[in-house]
Ligand binder design. Sequence first.
Ligand code: CA
Length: 424
Amino acid sequence: MNSKANNPLLKSWMPVSENSDFPIQNIPFGVYSDNKVAHHACTAIGEHIVDLYELSRNGYFDALNIPQEYFKSAVLNDLIAMGKTTTNHLRERISELLRDTNTELQNHKELHFLVFKKQSEVKMLLPVHVGDYTDFYSSIDHATNVGTMFRDPANALLPNWKHLPVGYHGRASSICVSGHSFHRPKGQTKPADAELPVFGPSKLLDIELETAFIIGKSTNMGESVSTEKADDYIFGMVLFNDWSARDIQTWEYVPLGPFLAKNFASTVSPWIVTLEALEPFRTKGYTQEPKVLPYLEYSGDRNLDINLEVYLQPEGGDENKIITSNYKYMYWTMEQQLAHHTVNGCNINVGDMMASGTISGPQPHEFGSLLELTWRGTKPIKLSDGTERKFVNDNDSIIIRGFCKNEKLRIGFGECRAKLLPAK
Ligand code: CA
């Protein structure tokens, strides 16, 4: 993919600090709101958002033929549905307008107060209407850790695991954008020493470090997407926290998988980083042995080098970094996940979200859940305030951050933050 907007030499006339998630090479898409604007599409540059509706209204996108109302919709689905030819042109055009050598917008100073707003002074909204949400289970270290803990270390992976990207259909209604809070879920659990189940607040509330990709092109029932064509159907990625109540999960999950243990809240970062912006960070995937079936084969470097970090912040306290991992530890690629998801003819829609599954690396500090980090609570984590955590406490905030970095370029995702409130 040859995108001018990815040129690492480009500089913006807008201020961008060295470690910003949002240099001119990123141009992610989101939706914001403030006291004057109900919802406008936006992108980010440095510490500012860029109001795309105002740019459209002032004629900057006239050559692109995108209906103006798409930029003031509450969600980006219609804009994304126009297709990659259009959205890539839009990304290139925004890049052009923000470039230091371009004066079209730079000199139009009377517009700047409408177009540029501090990210800290706006509220970011959930960027798409999510019709369907799927969660995979595609990190080999995570699946091995869980299999070792709950079943048999010698046969940690179930027989199907290396033959297909295991997944389940999740719940879209409780996907929330970064900055929200939610109550500790209540439910049915069965303590190990009890004969009968009990009801009450979950005692083992966990996080799952994940990313998700967002579908950018719909299919009809009966159609399948090949690994080769999959990128045409993937608009971009967000960070994803798949909150999980382990005690509810343990009791309910047989034989159909997670249900109430995972459908009470999921948190996503507000900026969709396009697949095109991530292209410079493609890296080699796992060697898949045994060989996969032909519909899951792919060629080239289809994994991604995305640094992932998780922080735990107690109420009023410091952020404690508890996980340092990387997306590249995924065994199955997004392209394989999508090919598998549609191989039976299952149709997909613009805005559908497909999450990676917990991403764990081989080292203990790379484990993507507290379940693994504390090894079922047997090795508590020490925080800077001297307290310990086995799982998430009431009023703790969890923050996921992610960024790609090479010698020339750093592209980030912003923040995926949520706070756990006491049970209602
Ligand atoms: Ca998950």
